[in-house]
Design a protein around this ligand. Sequence first.
Ligand code: CA
Ligand code: CA
Ligand code: CA
Length: 337
Amino acid sequence: MDIGSALARPARFDPPPPPPEPAPGPRSELPQPERPSTPYELPPFPPGLEPPALPHTDDAGDAERANFTDADLYGPDGPEPQDIDQDSIGDCYFVATLAALANSPEGDARIEESITYNEETGTFTVTFYEEGPLGIPVPVQVEVTQDDIQDNLERGGGSTVDNNGAGPIWPAVMEAAYAKHAAQNATLPERLAAGVAGISEMDLGYQLIEGGKARDALFDLTGTQGTDIDNAFVDRWGTGFTMHLINEALADGRSVTLSTDPEHDGASEDGLADNHVYQVERVYVDEKTGEVMVELRNPWANNNTEGQRNDDPIVTVPLSQITEDGGFEYFNIGPKG
Ligand SMILES: [Ca+2]
Ligand SMILES: [Ca+2]
Ligand SMILES: [Ca+2]
């Protein structure tokens, strides 16, 4: 849905008659707007009669905003990594994992299965996983209202809709559900602190999802923490074998993210944001240098950050540099299918 069209206020009265043709003259040569705006004039009331109540002004905001349905969830190709544009919410570990899932047909199917739209209520139901007894994942469902989606857009959430005024809404639905779920699971001290601070339930939820681990987001989304490939692994088995594993995982339709750390003291800037999570696009050998390169997508949808300055979401770094200089924390590989 295009927000612009959704903003159109529903017609309450019959449209006013079209304006008269402009009188011929010098102004008639000016380009005329397609739909000239004509002020609406109330019809006169017979004397002694009270005019009817005008639309409730408190509802004006509601009437002007978009109402999202399942038709707005995805673009023509289903969930895509480029549907992610993280702005004001510090949950890179979550939105980068969403992007990593959206990077394969198998991951697309997971996302699509985890969101259902309820036509009667206009709400979306999102399924996450919680750790049950013996670590067994238990599905839980979170209801996302139109208010929750609007709130996510106003906060500058992880979809592109708050950036472009349009686009697939699924990342906003998932992120709003994630915040709501976090608020529902808040501990008593967290809840008390929120109460003392006088913040809302959703404020609390968004506060709680700031900062986290990619493997935990993967669990919440799929019921498994997946497999980590950390620095010790790359040290022991080498960049070539690591590349082989990552490429196998991507070919299997598994999600792959890369989490970063700050570089060691004295190491040069590696071009990646510290303590951030990226979606892994591919790992390949640079034919000129023979280096194993990691091509990453930044959930910020740009790389205007440390070391690099570009508006492109893609950034490429040598695997040996980030593992030797400390900037690499781990790859996280998701489940198959
Ligand atoms: Ca996809
Ligand atoms: Ca955004
Ligand atoms: Ca860095």
